[in-house]
Design a protein around this ligand. Structure first.
Ligand SMILES: [Zn+2]
Length: 62
């Protein structure tokens, strides 16, 4: 089943975490990096990973 998720649920988190694109190796790596940074309480690295996740380019399917 597919759901339209145009309005994400807010749980009081200060930052909206970017959603990784399925099948994107960069996204997957950045998500791992972010999780690891979070475990190490390295929040600037968490933010860096978020920014990269949001900004790195994805190839167009055409
Ligand atoms: Zn990606």
């Amino acid at each position: 089943m597919q759901q339209t998720t145009s309005s994400p649920v807010h749980l009081g988190l200060p930052v909206e975490a970017p959603v990784p694109v399925e099948g994107c190796g960069v996204c997957a790596a950045l998500v791992r990096q972010r999780e690891q940074a979070r475990e190490e309480f390295d929040y600037s690295a968490v933010t860096d990973a978020d920014v990269e996740l949001r900004n790195h380019p994805h190839g167009r399917r055409s």
